[in-house]
Design a protein around this ligand. Sequence first.
Ligand SMILES: Nc1ncnc2c1ncn2[C@@H]1O[C@H](COP(=O)(O)OP(=O)(O)OP(=O)(O)O)[C@@H](O)[C@H]1O
Ligand SMILES: [Mg+2]
Length: 233
Amino acid sequence: MSTEPVISVRDVYKSYGHGQVKTPVLRGVSFDVQKGEIVAIVGQSGSGKSTLLNIIGSLDTCDKGKVKVLGRDFDSAREKQLAAMRNQDIGFVFQAFNLLDHLSCIENVVLPSVFTHAKASEAHEAGMAALTRVGLKDVAKRSPTELSGGQKQRVAIARALYSRPKLLLCDEPTGNLDTDTGREVIEFFAELNRDDEVTLIIVTHEERLSSFAKRIIHIQDGVIHSDESGAKA
Ligand SMILES: Nc1ncnc2c1ncn2[C@@H]1O[C@H](COP(=O)(O)OP(=O)(O)OP(=O)(O)O)[C@@H](O)[C@H]1O
Ligand SMILES: [Mg+2]
């Protein structure tokens, strides 16, 4: 029995705008990602990388084509099922961290528990485990506003890990970090992939991050220009 890919994207089209003035962003994109892969998505600014990532995460919809992620066919899945998948099976990491400043770090990390109605004590325990994993249990009660960029990103990663996702979608995760902190984040991704078999999709401009990936998909003018595996040792 062959295993089903974690992500299947088939002939996906996406335009923005209305009526006559539609700007095509994705023009027939197809690829599969298998469990445990680390895939970098690269391409010029405006080439559609974030749009593609958002479609895979079901944060946005495509105009045409088929998307299937973690066994859910987006055509037939109900919004409730997709919301559950976003909340429990997919972790999102954004360049801008997207932390809520009026909450403490631990409150930010356990935010997904609001939707699952988890017991507060269990949520706290799982949240502290996630913060410990990124080396930040000591800042649990502090506001994100008191943290450095790298610490904020690690809190955001802890939040993404809170539900023990099978798939991590990262959009420029090291974009706001200095070299050393960026390296720490990459090492942490490697560990997650190795130990927990988390599938990683990373949109990046950074050479270092794309060379860490085992496969690089290059998007250009809304289509896949190249899709290469095992490019480096
Ligand atoms: N919500 C939106 N409404 C209208 N146009 C949009 C919207 N989101 C993105 N676009 C346009 O779609 C194109 C692709 O945007 P996208 O954000 O996917 O690019 P990107 O490859 O992630 O770029 P960057 O590297 O700068 O983040 C751009 O031309 C952008 O202006
Ligand atoms: Mg982008």
